[in-house]
Design a protein around this ligand. Structure first.
Ligand code: NOJ
Length: 760
């Protein structure tokens, strides 16, 4: 207690003395504090432990975590929430330890807190950065009201492999979109001022290359050229750092043969020296000790490797806590490194204002009034609807009219725990809105809804258990698959239209959820085939945490709406779009392949020396498959609307440019449909000749434009040489003069093109 008073006083004194220079005030404060600290206390700060239920007994001495805190062996806690529990743990840290240093409290607040927003891949599909920023803002308001000050988000792993379950958490395949996504998330969480009690520290993760795990297998080996890292996988991390992200998490995988958690080139050379990152680095969960399994040595060796690499905080493994003192004695690590790591943790605490008021996030009033509010739920509903991607809509089957009899069929039509999606740690699944509830709410007594489940999510009860949200299975073993299908067909026959609500269970994507077959689970396919045979019009509402292979569905089902996992308000948002109260406007942030053999498939690939060119398919000795075209099923940036958007001719203000001139690109966009709606106008560039090979196209700009039915508008983009820069073979970031192809369109495939020449 005395200690706290002493440091509070010091804090105030420093601040009052030099109010205009908070960096100096912080340095003075931390210099004094660190002078007081013993080696053990410093190492204690580098330890991040799970808090789970907090100090359950209310008596710190009786609880393991309470004792650890009292002993000064903990710097931060994860996985505990509630202002009361956090206040009690914080109290032990500031009152019952020698120096009274407050704790950080972190959690995976990935896509919303109690108000669940769509999964990150879906958020990327909105192409709406203001909206993404707002979801992160709301998540921060709710999480901080529940005692937290640090989120393990945003996840920024570019991936081109839909087998990898964590694609659901990622921004998809494109570095430009992902960089804007990174910035929006960081700004939303951290706001203008980290010391406000409703802003929280963000964490850019997983640095780096986790999305390139071989075979889409989680935690697997990665091997990649540096030029690819810099041009394709690093940009969102750099953007997060530039936006001020306060922390970075390491990846589980290796990079250049050294696990990321022990990789000094990554954590110090790139992150700190090249990008100027000034925050702290946290390991991923036990990833320091896991380096033993990578074959990097014993616990002491790998812990020293991590510290020397630039990792500051050890998540869960207690590797630092148990080995660093010994390593210091044996001169495997230096005191300077321990000090540096400790200093970075303390700086984060200072910047959050925790020394000033360690309980600033423990206001129970806020917890009652600012979580799961009607306003937040409204944003969740609007956000979800903006992320849905209309993949097919033959003969304008959608939107459905609010009349007649609708058969709502499928294992996700009435499945509350599958609405929010993976990594919904704090979401209260009991309050998620199901599709059937959304439909009934939207329709009232204007139309009749008949429901049948039709199939289990998957046929194999073991797989069902492995993919059940919080382990609660909904597997129906009382009926055979045939019986379930028969019931659904009977319901379908009595209806005017079928809405089939199908797809992956929520936990079929996310961590440790890789698949070698990314189609609709077999039992659901059988159901869909039978439904199609009834001859009734069918809308497929597709839940997915990744791009799925849905060739058969594309050929045989007239309307397909991809809804990812929409969060708490998924059911209402789906009803909003299905019945036309909202016009869909999402675009794919990730290519949908025709089949798994095409993976990895992504729009911004390189040309080979034998490109297929204009040949539709197949040419011997060209880059193509024998059995399937090179085209994806749906390209990056693709998504339909109930409106028909047409693009006029593209206009460039010049075709010959010099030096630092700017290029104006404009195009006329018309909403020719009957509905008001939004279109994402996309600008791509191809650098025709480079000192290294360049992608066939790269997204360089987009605008989400809302047009009333019948409205026309000229959409303009400005390109500067900055937009043409890339990392060359020497890893220098610059542009190279020459010819460029400019492309504008509503997706990465269907574009208008023009050539320009840009010289130095
Ligand atoms: C492991 C995951 O890889 C990471 O993303 C997450 O933040 C931590 N666990 C903490 O839950």
């Amino acid at each position: 207690m005395l200690a706290l008073l002493f440091f509070s006083f010091l804090f105030l004194a420093c601040n009052l003395g030099k109010p205009e220079n908070s960096q100096t005030a912080m340095n003075d404060f931390l210099d004094s504090l660190m002078k007081e600290m013993t080696l053990e206390e410093k190492i204690g700060q580098l330890n991040l432990l799970p808090g789970y239920e907090g100090i359950v007994t209310g008596d710190a001495r009786a609880s393991e975590i309470g004792t650890r805190i009292q002993e000064g062996k903990v710097g931060a806690i994860l996985n505990v929430r509630s202002p009361e529990k956090i206040r009690e743990m914080q109290r032990v840290a500031v009152v019952e330890t020698r120096l009274g240093i407050p704790l950080l409290f972190g959690l995976d607040v990935i896509h919303g807190y109690k108000t669940g927003f769509p999964i990150p891949l879906a958020l990327a599909a909105s192409f709406d950065m203001d909206l993404i920023r707002q979801t992160a803002r709301i998540a921060a308001i709710e999480a901080t009201a529940d005692g937290l000050c640090w989120t393990f988000s945003p996840m920024l792993d570019i991936t081109r492999d839909p087998r990898w379950g964590r694609i659901a958490e990622s921004p998809g395949e494109d570095p430009y979109l992902a960089s804007l996504f990174a910035e929006a998330f960081v700004q939303g969480y951290q706001g203008e001022d980290l010391r406000l009690n409703h802003t929280m520290l963000s964490c850019a993760k997983h640095f780096a290359l986790y999305g390139a795990s071989e075979a889409g297998l989680d935690y697997n080996t990665v091997d990649m050229s540096r030029i690819r890292m810099y041009n394709e996988f690093f940009p969102p991390f750099k953007a997060a750092i530039e936006a001020g992200a306060g922390s970075v998490m390491t990846a589980f995988n290796e990079v250049d043969g050294v696990p990321a958690s022990g990789n000094r080139w990554l954590m110090t050379e790139v992150l700190r020296n090249q990008w100027g990152f000034g925050g702290f680095v946290v390991s991923d969960y036990t990833s320091i000790q896991e380096m033993m399994d990578h074959g990097m040595g014993d616990l002491q060796t790998v812990s020293a490797l991590a510290l020397n690499a630039g990792v500051d905080l050890d998540m869960v493994g207690e590797s630092f806590l148990t080995t660093l003192a010994k390593s210091l004695k044996e001169e495997i690590v230096s005191e300077e490194h321990i000090n540096l790591a400790c200093r970075r943790i303390l700086e984060a605490k200072y910047k959050l204002g925790l020394f000033e008021d360690p309980y600033r996030y423990c206001d129970t009033g806020r917890a009652q009034n600012q979580i799961f509010t009607p306003e937040h739920l409204q944003v969740a509903r609007e956000t979800a609807a903006e992320t849905f991607v209309l993949l097919k809509n033959e003969d304008q089957l959608l939107p459905l009219q609010k009349k007649g009899t609708i058969a709502l069929v499928g294992p996700l039509a009435n499945s509350r725990q599958n609405m929010a999606g993976t990594w919904s740690v704090a979401v209260n699944h009991d309050q998620s809105v199901t599709v059937i509830e959304g439909f009934r709410q939207a329709l009232g007594d204007r139309a009749e809804v008949l429901y049948a489940r039709g199939s289990n999510l998957v046929d194999d009860p073991d797989l069902d258990r492995r993919t059940a949200t919080r382990g609660i299975t909904t597997f129906d073993s009382t009926r055979t698959a045939e019986q379930m299908r028969a019931e659904a067909i009977a319901v379908a026959r009595r209806s005017d239209v079928i809405v089939a609500v199908m797809g992956e269970p929520a936990e079929m994507s996310g961590e440790s959820a890789s698949r070698t077959d990314i189609s609709l689970p077999e039992g659901q396919q059988a159901l869909l085939r039978d439904l199609a045979e009834t001859g009734k019009p069918i809308v497929l509402v597709l839940f997915a945490g990744r791009p799925l292979t849905i060739n058969w569905e594309q050929e045989n089902i007239p309307a397909i709406l991809n809804v990812w996992f929409g969060g708490t308000q998924a059911g209402n948002a789906i009803a909003d779009v299905v019945f036309g109260d909202v016009n869909p406007s999402g675009k794919l942030p990730s290519t949908f392949p025709q089949n798994l053999g095409q993976v990895p498939i992504y729009y911004n690939h390189k040309n080979t020396g034998r490109p297929l060119g204009e040949t539709p398919w197949f040419r011997k000795f060209r880059t193509n498959y024998l059995d399937v075209t090179n085209e994806p099923l749906y390209p990056f940036g693709f998504g339909l609307s109930y409106s028909k958007f047409t693009y006029g001719d593209m206009k460039l203000d010049k075709t010959e440019l010099n030096g630092e001139e700017e290029l104006q690109v404009s195009i006329t966009l018309t909403n020719e449909g009957l509905y008001d709606g939004a279109e994402v106008v996309q600008l791509y560039v191809r650098d025709i000749v480079g000192s290294v090979t360049r992608p066939v196209k790269e997204l360089k700009g987009f605008q989400k434009i809302f047009l009333k039915a019948g409205e026309t508008r000229v959409i303009s983009f400005t390109l500067t040489p900055e937009d043409l820069k890339f990392y060359n073979a020497q890893l220098e970031y610059d542009w190279e003069p020459g010819e460029f192809m400019i492309m504008v369109g509503g997706n990465s495939r269907d574009v208008k093109t023009a050539m320009i020449n840009w010289q130095h």
